[in-house]
Write a protein that binds this ligand. Structure first.
Ligand SMILES: Nc1ncnc2c1ncn2[C@@H]1O[C@H](COP(=O)(O)OP(=O)(O)OP(=O)(O)O)[C@@H](O)[C@H]1O
Ligand SMILES: [Mg+2]
Length: 260
């Protein structure tokens, strides 16, 4: 278990999730998972396809109830749930709305008057590197730019916790690397706690303070690894010998689903 001087923001204790399967069977997706997440930590989750990573994020976001166990936001005195920002593989923007009004949508829905948030939206557009694109429509943006809009939209409530589910999974390799650097910058400025699911070992090493590798379903922790690479990190970080060693350790811990 990793050592950390602060109290955890999130404590997951003995979490189990199962879904009804064909007939009377149940599919055990998460099988007694326990870990803690610390303030401002960048935690990545790796694991074979279908092991329950998205399910885990959905439980943390409160979109799905755990079958058993506990998900507690331990930093809050009243243990109420903080605002959570969610980013998925697809940006899921409204095609008929501009960048600005896609980002403002959650606040519009919440009933805030338009004048109260325009400064905040301009700041977010700047933070994600989209200055000058506020009036553009999604069809005029690249895949990387669309994901930046999705990240800005997820930050609009100033959530304590950001949950990212393969946010760059639909991008080409080079754009993906560049977006990793961008996300690192955004994270350094916004100081959010981040939990990111990814299939990319190098992305996990480059971005994270810590990486958890899940086992095939039912998900359990195969490895909980601290990424002790110095920060700030940049492109040269990828060429450090320690980067390769960490990537190799993670690769060995990922057990592929047995195909029978
Ligand atoms: N609502 C649901 N009802 C029934 N089964 C579900 C439901 N959601 C997920 N599952 C099943 O639970 C398992 C885990 O799904 P999940 O989407 O969490 O995997 P994952 O680790 O995110 O996979 P991938 O890496 O491919 O995205 C899968 O076998 C999936 O079919
Ligand atoms: Mg998934």
């Amino acid at each position: 278990m990793s050592q950390h001087p602060n109290n955890p923001v999130l404590t997951i204790a003995n979490l189990r999730v199962c879904f009804p399967a064909k007939g009377a069977d149940t599919l055990n997706v998460i099988g007694g998972l326990s870990f803690q997440v610390y303030p401002h930590e960048f935690l990545s989750i790796l694991g074979p396809s279908g092991c329950g990573k998205t399910t885990l994020l959905r439980v943390i976001a409160g979109l799905l109830s755990p079958g058993a166990g506990n998900v507690a936001f331990t930093s809050l005195p009243d243990s109420s749930k903080p605002a959570v920002g969610l980013v998925f593989q697809q940006a899921n923007l409204m095609p008929w709305r501009t960048v600005y009004s896609n980002i403002s949508l959650p606040l519009e829905i919440a009933g805030y008057p338009p004048g109260s948030y325009s400064k905040r939206i301009r700041e977010l557009i700047h933070l994600v590197g989209l200055d000058g694109f506020g009036d553009s429509y999604p069809r005029d943006l690249s895949g990387g730019m669309l994901q930046r809009v999705a990240i800005a939209r997820a930050l609009i409530h100033d959530p304590a916790l950001m949950l990212l589910d393969e946010p760059f999974g639909s991008l080409d390799a080079l754009t993906r690397e560049r977006m990793g650097v961008e996300l690192l910058n955004i994270w350094q400025v916004s100081r959010k706690t981040v939990i990111m699911v990814t299939h990319s070992i190098s992305e996990a090493v480059f971005l994270s303070d810590r990486v958890i590798v899940l086992s095939p379903r039912p998900a359990l922790i195969n490895l909980d690894l601290r990424i002790n690479l110095p920060r700030p990190r940049d492109e040269n970080t990828r060429y450090q010998p320690q980067f390769g060693r960490l990537a190799k350790t993670l690769r060995k811990a990922i057990v592929e689903e047995q195909v029978t």
